[in-house]
Design a protein around this ligand. Structure first.
Ligand code: NCD
Length: 307
């Protein structure tokens, strides 16, 4: 039985297979409309979510399967003090696969240790968010045709942003990917990523607090919101929240074929005037999230794919 807890749980070969399957689902959704009939997906969300939970549910329904779950810790037995280990033992009797989001880093790992069904990490604290990464990779690969030889700018809250951490871990496996890490000094990437992933892998990266002057070099700009819920005090959040705002004027400095991604939700960091620019692909990205989650469910459930 396989789980997906970190983006590195998939080998490069498996990742490529998954992306190819995601693209086939995108082009021929009808082929996959019944492959999960009789199967159930449980969504166990202890933290707020719109896209991740609903795209998982949409993915399972589009495969002919069914869904059940809860969308806040308050509405589950966690509010009565039940442990993740006990909850997952029980959910294993009710569903064939589950997606879990939890504010504590490592909670999905604990769940996987006690589960008898595949567990998918749908975001654990400020740590990882592997299915967002799969979504981001499918978006970049579909739009640019590649995942190598590119300069990727990541901008915003690089300290608490789990989507950034997972995406860096995934992209360093491809040749000649350079990073421009744009954030306020206090919101730079965690030191374990800098030392154990970027420095250890001899990856080229720049840490800076300048967006405009680095824009012309970028092939991809990955914008993120400042993660209010992970701050220790509100004053720091208020001081840092509008550090970077991408607007039409700044976008003039970017390449004509650069793409702007954002895992969403957006707060203030991309002005709505950017939405109509052909380089803004964050809503398309949310759509890609359904296809790649369909592919992931198929793979983890090991259901047969029609030829
Ligand atoms: C992200 C998350 O939950 O980490 N959202 C998402 O799943 N698309 C990004 C965020 O909340 O800022």
């Amino acid at each position: 039985m396989r789980h997906l807890i970190s983006p590195l749980d998939l080998s490069l070969e498996e990742l490529e297979e998954l992306l190819t399957l995601g693209q086939d689902i995108m082009n021929h959704p009808e082929k996959y409309a019944h492959v999960c009939e009789g199967k159930k997906l449980a969504t166990l969300f202890y933290e707020p979510s719109t896209r991740t939970r609903l795209s998982f549910e949409s993915a399972m329904l589009s495969l002919g399967g069914q869904v059940l779950g809860f969308s806040s810790a308050d509405s589950s037995s966690a509010a009565k003090g039940e442990s993740v280990a006990d909850t997952i033992r029980v959910i294993s009797c009710y569903a064939d696969i589950c997606a879990m989001r939890h504010p504590k880093e490592g909670a999905p790992t604990v769940a996987a240790m006690h589960a008898s069904i595949p567990v998918i990490n749908a975001g654990d604290g400020g740590h990882n968010h592997p299915t967002q990464t799969l979504t981001d990779l499918l978006t970049i690969k579909t739009l640019t045709g590649r995942l190598d030889h590119m300069t990727v700018g990541m901008c915003g809250d690089l300290k608490f942003g789990r989507t950034v951490h997972s995406l860096i871990n995934a992209l360093v496996r491809y040749p000649d990917v350079k990073f421009v890490l744009i954030s306020p000094e206090e919101l730079r990437i965690p030191s374990y990523l800098r030392k154990e992933v970027l420095d250890a892998g001899n990856i080229s990266y720049l840490e800076t607090d300048r967006l405009e002057e680095n824009l012309p070099d970028l092939d991809i700009l990955y914008m993120t919101r400042v993660q209010r819920e992970r701050f220790f005090n509100e004053e720091d959040y208020i001081r840092l929240k509008d550090s970077f705002i991408l607007d039409a004027a700044k976008l003039q400095y970017a390449k004509k074929d650069m793409y702007v991604l954002h895992p969403l939700p957006r707060v203030n960091e991309i002005s709505t005037e950017v939405d109509n620019d052909p380089r803004a692909v964050y809503f398309k990205q949310a759509q890609f999230g359904v296809y790649i989650r369909m592919a992931l469910i198929i793979k983890l459930l090991e259901v047969e794919i029609p030829c």
